[in-house]
Design a protein around this ligand. Structure first.
Ligand SMILES: [Zn+2]
Length: 338
């Protein structure tokens, strides 16, 4: 008969898929990543049925059953406190205000821990860097600008109310071409996310394409701005001047924002996540981040004031890709429930 507490599950709920992994009691991943369709728009009950499927597949791949699972880590693409989503959820209506953590625990009979996707990916990056024992800060530009902080030893810092590390909404003093602070999706103005996100790319591209200097640019035309912004990364890979200008500005502002985060947390290691890690211009993008960082960070956050040979803040690209959050949650479940 299967032993309990032998395996731990990580579930990463996204808008289109749920990614899941299984780790053993030593934290080693067992079997492949399992993906099932996300049904978040149809409510949490429908999603839970999908999670059941994923858990069964993970157990079958490991040649075991649910009985051997000691706990579950779950992350959601929304801010939450103590297992309850409290706002801005890009999910079905019934998610907000519901104690998802307890409901999933009741349904599965397993202890469950829930957090947001930025925290989960940060722990995943920590778990995958087996030689790194210090803290790390993850900053991940995507549709928005997410992030997470992992403390030495691997514990995610969530804050007293689970509301820490909303890194996308620190303010940056950059004005749009019309002289205003740009609107953020959160309702405020001048947030870092209003410059470093897919939403920001669309606005920037719209402003740029209205200028005479880009009158003959191939992105002129009637296509929707969402489609044009989506193609911007390919243009940047080919060295297109407009795309380079927009991404360069984005990278600079990201670095500038990171400087303030580093000044507060002094994490020692900053991981840049999100899809940019997979682009062919990522080295150039990292240079732009460093330009912004150096513009705002004191030199001690680059080199030790005592030992000038010692780098005080390392920057690395994420290594976990799409699987980082699920791995982070499996790791957390093992830490908490083993
Ligand atoms: Zn904001």
């Amino acid at each position: 008969m299967a032993k309990t507490n032998e395996f731990f599950v990580g579930l990463d709920i996204g808008g289109t898929t749920v990614k899941s992994v299984l780790v053993d009691s030593l934290g080693e991943q067992i079997g492949p990543l399992v993906e099932v369709r996300s049904m978040v728009k149809e409510g949490y009950e429908k999603t839970f049925a999908q999670l059941d499927d994923a858990i069964d597949q993970l157990a079958a791949n490991a040649g075991t059953t649910r009985l051997s699972i000691g706990g579950i880590g779950l992350d959601v693409p929304a801010p939450s406190s103590h297992g309850v989503i409290w706002g801005r959820a890009n999910l079905g209506d019934d998610w907000v205000g519901t104690d998802i953590q307890s409901k999933l625990s009741e349904r599965t009979g397993k202890p469950v821990f829930m957090t947001n996707d930025g925290n989960a990916a940060a722990v995943g990056e920590y778990a995958m860097r087996k030689k790194h024992l210090g803290s790390l800060l993850l900053v991940a530009p995507g549709t928005g600008l997410g992030g997470g902080l992992v403390l030495p030893g691997g514990k995610c810092y969530e804050g007293a109310n689970g509301m820490a590390l909303e890194v996308g909404h620190i303010s940056v003093p950059f004005l749009e071409d019309d002289g205003t602070l740009p609107d953020c999706t959160c309702g405020l103005k001048g947030c870092a996310e209003a410059w470093v996100s897919l939403v920001a790319l669309r606005r920037r591209l719209r402003f740029e394409l209205a200028k005479p200097e880009w009158a003959n640019h191939p992105l002129q035309g009637d296509a929707p701005i969402e489609e044009k912004a989506f193609r911007l990364r390919d243009f940047c890979e080919q060295g297109d001047a407009l795309a380079v200008k927009i991404f360069k500005q984005q990278g600079f502002i990201l670095g500038y924002a990171i400087a303030d985060l580093v000044r507060v947390f002094d994490p020692g290691l900053v991981i840049i996540g999100g899809g940019l890690a997979e682009t062919s211009f990522r080295d150039q993008y990292m240079d732009w981040i460093m330009e912004g960082f150096k513009d705002r960070a004191w030199p001690v956050y680059l080199r030790s004031p005592i030992d000038p040979e010692k780098i005080t803040t390392d920057f690395e690209w994420a290594i976990g890709g799409d699987a980082a959050a699920a791995i982070g949650m499996a790791y957390t479940a093992r830490e908490m429930f083993a």
